[in-house]
Design a protein around this ligand. Structure first.
Ligand SMILES: Nc1ncnc2c1ncn2[C@@H]1O[C@H](COP(=O)(O)OP(=O)(O)OP(=O)(O)O)[C@@H](O)[C@H]1O
Length: 247
């Protein structure tokens, strides 16, 4: 089966320095794939190549089998790829609900199978209002009670949920998360883990770059370790029951 997101032979050089070196990676539907490694291993550079914010020096990126290597990040987003940021990306002057609404209004006009739609109660794009998508995402992230609060007044843990709700309201098929547990306490990280597992159970393809190895251990179906720009291969995580192919 074609993976929703795949990278083939990705290499990226900054001048003469090779940050990512010939990486092959598949991010299958219905699974959480994690990327771990020490600082400087090349995780962020690979992540940026997958999102489209960095053009790889060589190699190819495929979304649902389509070569998107030359497409910028916003075009990949329209094809169903969403990301969260290490540095939180929320609009501080907007309320929680308004922030999430921004994501809902970026929903694609396409109907794609395997959306998180079923789980979070999001009707298929094109058939429902952005308001319904906003409400569903707020509910999934347990933000209903704070929907009128201004983002600027909220703590990091809540803002991480706001960012994730905004991204989910756009109904992605592939979700890339860059250190989503940064700044979360243990309870918040556990709640986040449950949401990520639920999204995978609903068919989404998730790629998680994370330093919190407890979270990785709890949620990932497959763990890839990166060092010196290369993938060392899957390891660490047990294959979850009922899982599909690994790479
Ligand atoms: N814009 C850049 N110009 C030059 N070198 C860079 C640039 N960005 C990253 N690098 C180098 O590329 C290598 C990989 O960096 P990258 O940020 O991808 O690693 P990482 O695994 O994400 O690290 P961290 O966990 O600290 O975020 C590092 O040696 C880094 O110094």
């Amino acid at each position: 089966m074609t993976a929703p997101l795949a990278a083939r032979g990705i290499t990226h050089r900054y001048g003469g320095f090779t940050a990512v070196d010939g990486v092959d990676l598949s991010v299958p539907a219905g699974r959480v794939t994690a990327l771990v490694g020490h600082n400087g291993a090349g995780k962020s550079t690979l992540f940026d190549c997958l999102c489209g914010t960095v053009r790889p020096t060589s190699g190819r990126v495929f979304l649902a089998g389509r070569d998107v290597t030359r497409l910028p990040d916003h075009a990949r987003a329209r094809l169903g790829l969403a990301r969260t940021f290490q540095q939180l990306a929320v609009f501080p002057g907007l309320t929680v609900e308004e922030n999430v609404r921004v994501g809902a209004e970026q929903r694609r006009g396409l109907t794609a199978p395997g959306l998180a739609a079923g789980l979070i109660g999001l009707p298929q794009p094109g058939r429902s209002s952005a308001r319904a998508a906003t409400r569903a995402a707020l509910r999934l992230l347990d933000l209903g009670a704070s929907h009128r609060l201004r983002a600027a007044d909220l703590p990091t843990g809540t803002l991480r949920r706001v960012e994730l709700a905004r991204v989910l309201a756009s109904s992605p098929t592939v979700l890339l998360l860059d250190e989503p547990a940064a700044g979360l306490d243990q309870d918040e990280a556990e709640a986040l883990g449950r949401v990520l597992r639920a999204l995978a159970a609903d068919g989404m393809a998730l790629l998680l770059v994370e330093h919190d190895l407890d979270l990785v251990q709890r949620v990932a179906d497959t763990v890839h370790e990166m060092a010196g720009g290369r993938l060392l291969g899957p390891g660490g995580a047990e294959e979850r029951e009922g899982g599909g192919e690994v790479r």
